[in-house]
Ligand binder design. Structure first.
Ligand SMILES: Nc1ncnc2c1ncn2[C@@H]1O[C@H](COP(=O)(O)OP(=O)(O)OP(=O)(O)O)[C@@H](O)[C@H]1O
Ligand SMILES: [Mg+2]
Length: 336
């Protein structure tokens, strides 16, 4: 078992927990030789970045040269990270770009090509975090195509390559999904056991596990934020109403749409049943990262374990789900 990376949580560094299924899947994908880039999307704060960072460690253990891109990194130097074995190649490519950090995704693709040319049949992993948010969702398709080209028409031979792109943009599935250029899988919040491990790490006093679960739906970032505000969930709800402009959203709706939104609080699948009348509303909810369109619950369509088929308490329907119960609560507040 690979060492577990440290990841920041609630003001300290904790060991990455759970997500065994996801790590197994990612290794299988890499070893099988990927045919398409894997694009994974999921609720904000569900743990995509933490998983990519753990995946990096797992893949490096298996001899992969990893190029990791995080364009939204706080420090410029962190936007591009890599296995020390390819340091010279990276530095060389960085010199070729006048403004490498403005075009970090291109830099990473170029680095992967140079690794193929410089090393003999290398194993390569290209991991990209939130690149669509950085390059703009309108360019998402273009970049996915460039990544596919890297796999299909490599500049030199490689032994294995795996390309994984994580996205928190609600529209990812639609933008990328209309081409057969990527395998798109969703990732959900943490399953109960993994969530409990994180909950156990938090110092008390804290509400019972059940309550934390009902607020967060297993979302680690929401758990962290609840902890930070001393478990005052109401404050987080108010913040979300303001930060996501939910009052404006509600005001902008026609009466009938408001009715549909109110019903979607009880059953998110209302958004599917009434899509004909409320399609524009549904797109807004997806685009603002309030609601996620869910794939069928075939484990192969997901990274890690899929959410339950339905869970009305957490706001999970067959076709649509609230990103977390807190998101649903914020919309409820705005509707009042
Ligand atoms: N499996 C895990 N083990 C330990 N901590 C985790 C795990 N998953 C997520 N976390 C922690 O929960 C918080 C949110 O996770 P993370 O930032 O990875 O989510 P994300 O999906 O990348 O969010 P965003 O949509 O904002 O990019 C972070 O503090 C992260 O370190
Ligand atoms: Mg992230």
């Amino acid at each position: 078992m690979t060492t577990r990376v440290k990841t920041p949580f609630a003001g300290r560094e904790v060991e990455f927990v759970d997500r065994e299924a996801a790590l197994r899947q990612l290794v299988e994908l890499a070893e099988g030789g990927t045919w398409w880039p894997l694009v994974m999307y999921g609720p904000e704060g569900c743990g995509k970045t933490a998983l990519l960072r753990q995946a990096r460690a797992v893949l490096e253990d298996r001899g992969y040269h990893v190029v990791y891109v995080d364009p939204l990194a706080e420090r410029v130097g962190e936007a591009l990270q890599y296995t020390p074995s390819v340091r010279d190649i990276v530095l060389d490519v960085l010199r070729r770009f006048p403004e490498p950090y403005a075009r970090i995704v291109d830099v990473a693709i170029s680095v992967a090509g140079h690794i193929m040319r410089s090393l003999s049949r290398p194993r390569i992993a290209v991991l990209m975090d939130d690149v669509f948010q950085a390059v703009g969702v309108d360019k998402a398709e273009q970049y996915v195509k460039a990544l596919l080209n890297l796999i299909e028409y490599p500049p030199a031979r490689y032994e294995k390559i795996v390309v994984i792109v994580a996205s928190s943009e609600g529209v990812t599935r639609e933008r990328v999904g209309r081409h057969r250029w990527a395998e798109i899988r969703a990732m959900w919040n943490m399953p109960r056991e993994g969530f409990q491990q994180l909950y156990d790490l938090l110092p008390g006093p804290k509400p019972p596990l059940d309550e934390a679960w009902r607020w967060t739906g297993g979302n680690p970032e929401t758990l962290e934020r609840l902890y930070r505000v001393g478990w005052a969930a109401g404050r987080l709800v108010e913040d979300m109403v303001e930060d996501k402009g939910l009052t404006e959203l509600v005001v902008s709706l026609a009466g009938r749409e408001r009715g549909i939104l109110a019903r979607a609080l009880e059953d998110p699948d209302t958004l599917m049943e009434r899509y004909g009348e409320a399609g524009a509303l549904v797109e807004k909810l997806v685009g603002r990262n309030l609601v996620v369109r869910l794939k069928r619950r075939d484990p192969d369509a997901w990274v890690d374990v899929p959410p339950p088929e339905r869970d009305p308490e957490l706001g999970i329907g067959r076709y649509y789900a609230w990103q977390t119960p807190l998101h649903r609560e914020a919309v409820r507040r705005a509707l009042r």
